[in-house]
Design a protein around this ligand. Sequence first.
Ligand code: FEO
Length: 170
Amino acid sequence: MLSKKMLKELNIQIMYEMFSAYYYLSMAAYLDDLNLAGFANFFKIQYKEEVDHAMKFYNYIYEQGGNVKLQAIDQPKTEFKSPEEIFKLSWEHEQFVTSRIYILMDLAKKEKDYSTESFLKWFVDEQVEEESNMKGLLDKVKLVGKNGNGLLMIDMELTKRVYSPPVASE
Ligand code: FEO
């Protein structure tokens, strides 16, 4: 059973995860405009993973007998300066999402809501990976700077990323 406050925050989190999906899809569109298909592929997969994150919250709310109330999603930024800016913004965005997960975790602990605390642990670990991926790619893109060959090499590497749907237990 979820408290009213927890239910509200979990519903807000669905919105943030869906916003993340939309934000990354907007980045993918910019990268497709630049014909950087590998970079675009990376963000299209990121988009799918964010929808999966939103659905985890959605399913959890119903498992706990709550009701999902979808919120409005802001329009994401659509103009970007460079792949470097994209990774900088993504890294900052993931830090923001981490701070949201911590707010939820703090609330679960305060309310002694052990089920939600356990559910959120997956997201605490996932955020470590999400931040690290974005920061790692930001560092690589910074390293190559305006070197076209370097960027194309990273682009090629990013074509290899494949989407793995969540397994039933996740
Ligand atoms: Fe759902 Fe990238 O955090």
